[in-house]
Design a protein around this ligand. Structure first.
Ligand code: IMP
Length: 179
């Protein structure tokens, strides 16, 4: 275990098993659709999750990346600035947004709106982690790996100051590291 990690919340084997489970649920969900399916992963945190998940989706898919930064907009809503947009048109395409964690929900809310405005046929969200106790926006992920308590977690793509993304498990950071 990394020296800055207090405890492991989700082991690597459990993440792999969950990706297999989610992959089969997603395969079933889209198996009757004639429309193209594009997985849209948000940089950078969702990269390890995307890589594991797609092994278990038994359909023709494409994947693409978006990078956004969020900031406090007017009326204390959150606005997002697009740092990297999609490479293709998504008109009449099924979109599965791939997130590492849904926390307040502001990020996925803004991106769901944006993708709907671009003419997507349907926008669904798969998130490896969900912290429902922190939710502010009225959104939820359609497919969730694990609900977790209100702890700051790192690993498997999740960072603190850009560190710890490479850890193969989800861990809780020692308090002294981020206080
Ligand atoms: P939201 O807009 O508050 O739902 O924030 C989602 C984003 O916040 C995630 O994609 C992560 O980048 C970041 N985030 C939220 N909670 C954590 C955490 O516990 N550890 C690391 N990053 C987090």
């Amino acid at each position: 275990m990394h020296k800055d990690v207090k405890s492991i919340l989700i082991e690597e084997a459990a993440i792999e098993e969950k990706c297999a489970e989610l992959g089969s649920i997603i395969t079933n969900y889209y198996s009757d659709s004639e429309k193209p399916l594009v997985l849209v992963a948000l940089l950078k945190g969702s990269v390890p999750f995307l890589a594991r998940l797609i092994k278990y989706i038994d359909l023709d898919i494409e994947y693409d990346f978006m990078d956004v930064s969020s900031y406090e907009g007017t009326n204390s809503t959150r606005d997002i600035k697009i740092l990297k947009d999609l490479d293709r048109s998504i008109k009449d395409v099924n979109i599965l947004l791939v997130e590492d964690i849904v926390d307040t929900g502001h990020t996925i809310e803004a991106i769901i709106n944006l993708l709907n405005n671009k003419g997507a046929a349907e926008v669904k969200v798969v998130s490896l982690l969900d912290k429902p106790s922190r939710r502010e926006a009225n959104v939820k992920a359609d497919f969730v790996g694990f609900e977790i308590p209100n702890e700051f977690v790192i690993g498997f793509g999740l960072d603190f100051n850009e560190k710890y993304r490479q850890l193969p498990y989800i861990g809780i950071l020692k308090d002294e590291i981020y206080q």
